[in-house]
Write a protein that binds this ligand. Structure first.
Ligand SMILES: O=c1ccn([C@@H]2O[C@H](COP(=O)(O)O)[C@@H](O)[C@H]2O)c(=O)[nH]1
Length: 296
């Protein structure tokens, strides 16, 4: 199996930055990100066994159905890790096959640790040649934003990206993310401001989108009190099973809606295992997103 690095630009420029690749994919294919979340209940409803064979079949089916048409596929690492090392081996194959078929792969592993350990997580997912090399990784800044530095540095060097948990889609997130700092800003807003700084040089150099994104739930209602103009993408989970709809996106994100990468996992996956049905569900979400964004 080969593990291809990010595509390179002209010889002197190094790898094409993730944000540039993502913008291109969004323009070509639409902005939808579909999750690969092999819940035990989904394996069962697909008529599969909740074991390694079921995991393998489920993941391969999603890749075959969607990797040649959606901008981003987002494997949820937890559902692979629960099968131990052999589940992780399926994840490796899934990532490689999805990338080979043309999708960008966002690994949803939500890693975050002290800097020295963060460097090892970054090597795991963002170092070219690593078995789990992905185009981008979700990370948690709640050991302090600065603890993410090794991942930021490697992402810049390898043409990959990060999505930092800023304002998550789950109601429990508010306890941490809405907490007020001494300067009166809340923690979520502070993360957005950090990301804007991270993206500034890339955007100033002409990139349409920076490589450092925020996770901002589509479930959160009006976010006009936040500065969402971070120069990078906004991953918006929460559409479908968590209750948000594509039509909510303009209300939630306002003018920043064109930077939004809406994520749907169960809302698409529940239509499997039929490939045509999976494609149809993804297309319906993609159409609804396009209509909602066009209306802004
Ligand atoms: O704030 C967040 C961050 C990540 N997620 C992840 O997205 C998917 C959502 O799945 P659905 O089936 O569409 O609800 C899942 O992998 C979560 O871990 C999130 O939901 N919210």
């Amino acid at each position: 199996m080969t593990h291809s690095p990010a595509p390179t630009g002209p010889a002197s420029t190094g790898p094409v930055p993730f944000g540039t690749r993502l913008r291109h994919a969004m323009d070509e294919r639409g902005p939808l990100c579909v999750g690969i979340d092999p819940h035990g209940s989904l394996l069962t409803s697909w008529g599969l066994t909740d074991d390694l064979a079921g995991l393998e079949r489920f993941s391969r089916t999603v890749v075959e159905a969607l990797a040649d048409r959606v901008a981003v596929l987002k494997p949820q690492s937890a559902f692979f890790e629960r099968f131990g090392s052999r589940g992780v081996a399926v994840l490796e194959t899934t990532v490689a096959e999805a990338r080979a078929a043309g999708a960008l792969v966002l690994m949803d592993a939500k890693r975050g640790d002290i800097g020295s350990t963060m460097a090892a997580y970054a090597d795991t997912f963002l170092a070219p040649g690593a078995p789990l090399f992905s185009d981008a990784l979700t990370v948690s800044p709640y050991l302090g934003y600065g603890s993410l530095s090794p991942a930021v540095d490697l992402a810049r060097a390898s043409g990959t990206g990060l999505f930092v948990l800023a304002l998550t889609s789950n109601p429990e997130g508010a306890e941490v993310q809405h907490a007020l700092r001494a300067d009166g800003r809340n923690i979520g807003a502070t993360m957005l401001a950090r990301l804007a700084r991270e993206n500034a040089a890339e955007v100033a150099a002409g990139a349409a989108l920076g490589s450092f994104g925020a996770v901002v739930g589509a479930t959160l209602g009006d976010l006009s009190s936040y500065d969402l103009a971070i120069g990078g993408p906004l991953l918006a989970p929460g559409i479908g099973a968590q209750g948000a709809t594509p039509a909510d996106l303009p209300k939630v994100f306002g003018a920043a809606v064109r930077q939004v990468v809406p994520n749907v996992s169960r809302g698409v996956l529940r239509h499997g295992p039929d490939t045509a049905a999976l494609r149809g569900a993804a297309e319906r979400f993609a159409d609804e997103v396009r209509d909602a964004v066009a209306a802004v």
